[in-house]
Design a protein around this ligand. Structure first.
Ligand code: SAM
Length: 273
């Protein structure tokens, strides 16, 4: 998979070099490009924002740098696949506007998807992480201030799928942290990234319920013992205990999830609970 992130704070994305995402990059499972939006400005102050039409507080991100950035990353149908070479902006240095992109055209289906974090978007879920993990190339556009001029999204949508995504019902300073969250959730689903792919099967939100509590050694810590059943070696009973705990936890903490659970996934004991 190829991931490009456009931001005015490239350094915010440094964690994409670390831990399992960094390992996936080093192992060739993932190719990441982080781009400074200001590379596509043309004034001495490298301005990316202006006052909002219609008045009101704050500033809005201007469309021109965004348009040029997307044109440079996705020049036309011919370059619709993931690339591992440096982008035009990177090759041209921090002021990438010196090299102009070709006119942009519609990208063929399956080429690239633009993901725009915004509190006004569809709420990010594990299901959406799976959907995005199936793409071969994602471009994330990090908003700041009051957000990005709507025309950037409207124009991009004439060329490629555009998905506006919210992390939840709260407001962050900018899209960078939202991108880091999404990248973690997406990249860990890519084949080969997790050492043990079984970890994905039982975890919270995969089967519509929260995961049961987990324990490791020592068997007793500060007066708190590990539940006896987990030390019994009886795999059938352990699996049943975990399922019960998962359902009880979900009922207590997230009854909204239980309400949407597919009845076909429940057995008799689940129903009795
Ligand atoms: N004026 C915008 C609104 O009320 O919808 C909020 C802008 S916010 C201060 C600046 C940027 O932070 C947004 O453009 C977006 O990129 C990011 N952001 C803030 N909250 C977010 C959330 N809950 N989910 C995803 N991105 C968020």
């Amino acid at each position: 998979m190829r991931i490009d992130v456009v931001t005015i704070f490239p350094e915010y994305l440094a964690p994409l070099d670390l831990s399992l995402i960094g390992k996936a990059r080093a192992g060739g499972l993932l190719d990441v490009g982080v781009h400074d939006l200001r590379a596509w400005t043309h004034d001495v102050h490298r301005t990316v924002d202006d006052t909002p039409y219609g008045g009101g507080p704050g500033m809005v991100m201007r469309p021109e740098p965004w348009g040029e950035a997307l044109d440079a990353l996705v020049p036309g149908p011919a370059s619709s696949g993931p690339r591992s070479e440096a982008t035009r902006a990177e090759r041209a240095g921090s002021r990438g506007q010196s090299e102009r992109s070709e006119p942009a055209g519609r990208v063929p289906e399956g080429g690239v998807r633009l993901v725009v974090p915004t509190p006004a978007g569809e709420v990010f879920t594990q299901a959406m992480a799976h959907e995005l993990a199936a793409e071969s190339w994602l471009i994330f556009a990090c908003g700041r201030y009051e957000g990005i001029d709507q025309r950037v999204l409207d124009h991009a949508a004439t060329r490629m799928p555009v998905t506006e995504v919210s992390l939840g019902d709260y407001v962050l300073f900018g899209g960078e942290v939202a991108v880091l969250v999404m990248c973690e959730a997406i990249v860990r689903l890519l084949p080969g990234v997790l050492g043990n792919a079984d970890s994905l099967a039982e975890e919270s939100h995969t089967q519509g319920v929260l995961e049961a509590p987990v324990y490791t050694k020592p068997p007793e810590w500060r007066g708190h013992p590990v539940p006896e059943i987990l030390r019994s070696g009886d795999h059938g009973r352990i699996a049943r205990w975990r399922r019960d705990q998962a359902l009880l936890r979900t009922a207590q903490r997230r009854p909204d999830l239980l309400a949407t659970l597919d009845p076909g996934t429940l057995d008799k004991r689940d129903v009795a609970l």
